[in-house]
Design a protein around this ligand. Structure first.
Ligand code: HEM
Length: 465
C-alpha cells in the first residue's frame, strides 16, 4: 500500500521536476511514455501536434512531410525576410539600388536574398503538392472539410505573398510582370478598373503600388499566415492526426496500434526539416535569384510574362476572352475547390491513394487525355482556329468567351457521364478523374507559357526563345 502510494505521489509531484530534468538532458528524450505524454501535452509548440497517432500514419510516403516542409520554408522566409528589411528601401528611387547594395556590399547579402527568393518559390510548389497529397489520399472528407478550407486560404495567402514580393526589387522583370497581372484585373466586369486602381494605389504602377505591396508582403500576409497555420495545425490535432493510410480494399481495425508523437513523429519531422534547410542553402549558394536591369516604365521587355505561378492564366488569355480567362474560369475553379469536400459522395476511399484501383486507372487515363488534347488545342488555336473570321457577326465576349467555354464545359460533363456509365465509376472516382484532367491541362498551359512562348508571346521552341 505504501509502495503504491509513494509511486503515485512521486508520479504526480515529480513530473514537473522530471520534465525540467528532461529539458536539460534533452527534451526529445524523456524517460518513459508517461513522461513523454506529459511533455507533449504541456509544451506550447507541441500543442499543435497530436499527442498520439496511429503507427501506420508515420509512413513517409503517406504525407511526404509536405505540410511540415511548408512550415519550414515559411520560417526560412520569415528569418531571411527580417534580415532583408534592414537594407531594403521601398521607394521607386531607392528599391533597385538597395537590392544592388545588398548583393554587392552586405556580408552574405546575396546569399540571404537567394535563400528568401528560392524558399518563396519552393513554398508555392510544396504547398501545391501538399494540396494534391491531401486530395489524393482523401484527407479532405469529414471531419477535415473545414481544414481543407483553411488550407485553401493558406494557399491564397502564399500566392499573394509571392506576388507582392515579386514587385519589390523594382527591376524590369518585376515591374512588367506586375503590370501584366494587375492589367488582367481590368477584365473583371463592372469593378475591374476600380479594383485595379485600389491594388496599384492609382492608375499607374508607382510609389503607391510599391508601398501597398511592401505593407502586404511584410505585415498583413505574414500575420494572416501565422494565424491560419496555427489554426490549421490545431485542426489536424483535433482530427487525431492525418487521415490513416490503408491499401485499396483494406479495412482498418477499430483501434489501430498507436505511438506517441514524441519522439516518433517529431524526430522524423525534424530530420525532414534539416534535409530541406540543407537543400535550400546549397541551392542558394549555387543559383542566384534573378535581377534584371532597373525598371523602365517606358520600355517593355519582349516577351513580358507573368510570374510562373500565374502564367497558366496568362496562357488562357490566348484561348479565351479576358473575362473568361481571368474571371469566369478562375472563379469556377475556386468554387469547385471550395465545394469538393462538401459534395455528396457514395463512398470516400479515405486514406487510400487515388481512392481505389479503378480510381488509379481512371486517373491515369484522364492524365493521358489531357496530355494529348491540351497541346493539340493550343497549337490548333494558334495556327488554325480563327473565331474573329468565322463568327464575325458575334461580339468578342460571345465568340471568344461564352462559346468556346460552353464547348469545353460540354466535353467535361460528357466525359464525366461517360466515366460514370461506361466504367461504373463511383462519384468520388469520377470527380477525381476530372480533377486530374483539369490539373494536368493547367500544368501544360503553365509549361507552355513558361518555356514555349517567345517574342510577341508567339509559340516557339525553348532553344529559340
Ligand atoms: C502554408 C501552407 C500549409 C501548411 C504549413 C500546412 C501544414 C500542414 C501539416 C503540417 C499537416 C499535417 C500532415 C502533413 O504534413 O501533410 C497538414 C494537413 C492538412 N492540410 Fe495543410 N498546410 C498548408 C496548406 C494546405 C492547403 C493548401 C490545403 C488544401 C487546400 C491543406 C489541407 C490540409 C488538410 C485537409 C490536412 C489534413 C490532411 C489529412 O488528414 O490527411 N493544407 N497541413
Amino acid at each position: 500500500m505504501s509502495d503504491a502510494g509513494s509511486d503515485q505521489s512521486e508520479g504526480r509531484v515529480g513530473l514537473g521536476r522530471r520534465f525540467w530534468r528532461s529539458v536539460f538532458r534533452g527534451p526529445l528524450y524523456p524517460r518513459d511514455d508517461r513522461e513523454r505524454k506529459w511533455v507533449v501535452v504541456n509544451n506550447l509548440i507541441l500543442h499543435f501536434r497530436p499527442v498520439q497517432l496511429p503507427a501506420r500514419s508515420l509512413k513517409y510516403t503517406h504525407t511526404f512531410g509536405l505540410g511540415g516542409m511548408s512550415l519550414v520554408l515559411f520560417l526560412l522566409l520569415a528569418a531571411t525576410g527580417v534580415l532583408l528589411m534592414f537594407v531594403y528601401e521601398p521607394s521607386p528611387e531607392r528599391a533597385y539600388e538597395s537590392i544592388r547594395a545588398l548583393e554587392n556590399e552586405v556580408f552574405f547579402g546575396k546569399l540571404v536574398r537567394n535563400i528568401h527568393h528560392w524558399s518563396a518559390n519552393f513554398l508555392i510548389a510544396v504547398v501545391f503538392l501538399h494540396l494534391l497529397r491531401v486530395y489524393f489520399t482523401g484527407g479532405y472528407h469529414a471531419p477535415r472539410q473545414f481544414n481543407w478550407l483553411i488550407g485553401l486560404t493558406l494557399l491564397l495567402c502564399v500566392l499573394v505573398s509571392n506576388f507582392t514580393g515579386y514587385l519589390l526589387p523594382w527591376d524590369q522583370l518585376s515591374y512588367w510582370a506586375i503590370t501584366i497581372c494587375t492589367g488582367m484585373i481590368g477584365y473583371v466586369p463592372l469593378i475591374g478598373e476600380w479594383l485595379q486602381g485600389v491594388i496599384r494605389g492609382g492608375p499607374e504602377i508607382g510609389s503607391a503600388t510599391l508601398i501597398n505591396f511592401y505593407t502586404f508582403h511584410t505585415t498583413v500576409v505574414p500575420v494572416l499566415l501565422i494565424v491560419l497555420m496555427a489554426w490549421h495545425f490545431w485542426r489536424v490535432r483535433k482530427a487525431h492526426g492525418v487521415v490513416v493510410p490503408r491499401a485499396p480494399g483494406e479495412e482498418l481495425e477499430e483501434k489501430p496500434e498507436s505511438v506517441l508523437a514524441l519522439p516518433n513523429l517529431l524526430m522524423r519531422e525534424f530530420a525532414v526539416a534539416l534535409i530541406l534547410v540543407a537543400f535550400v542553402m546549397a541551392f542558394s549558394v549555387f543559383v542566384n535569384a534573378p535581377l534584371d536591369a532597373a525598371a523602365n516604365p517606358g520600355m517593355s521587355p519582349n516577351p513580358a510574362k507573368a510570374p510562373w505561378y500565374f502564367v497558366g492564366f496568362q496562357e488562357l488569355l490566348f484561348h479565351f476572352h479576358g473575362s473568361f480567362a481571368v474571371v469566369v474560369i478562375p472563379l469556377l475553379v475556386a468554387a469547385a475547390l471550395v465545394l469538393l469536400p462538401y459534395l455528396r459522395y457514395d463512398h470516400q476511399g479515405e486514406g487510400v491513394w487515388f481512392v481505389s484501383l479503378r480510381g488509379r486507372q481512371l486517373g491515369v487515363a484522364a492524365a493521358l487525355i489531357a496530355l494529348v488534347v491540351t497541346p493539340l488545342w493550343i497549337v490548333l488555336d494558334e495556327y488554325w482556329i480563327d473565331y474573329a473570321a468565322w463568327l464575325s457577326g458575334l461580339p468578342p465576349v460571345l465568340r471568344e468567351g461564352a462559346l468556346p467555354f460552353a464547348v469545353l464545359l460540354a466535353l467535361i460533363v460528357g466525359l464525366y457521364i461517360a466515366i460514370r456509365r461506361r466504367f461504373s465509376a463511383s462519384r468520388v472516382e469520377a470527380v477525381q478523374a476530372m480533377f486530374v484532367l483539369l490539373g494536368v491541362a493547367f500544368a501544360i498551359l503553365t509549361i507552355t507559357g513558361v518555356w514555349f512562348r517567345g517574342a510577341g508571346m508567339a509559340l516557339a521552341w525553348p532553344w529559340n526563345l
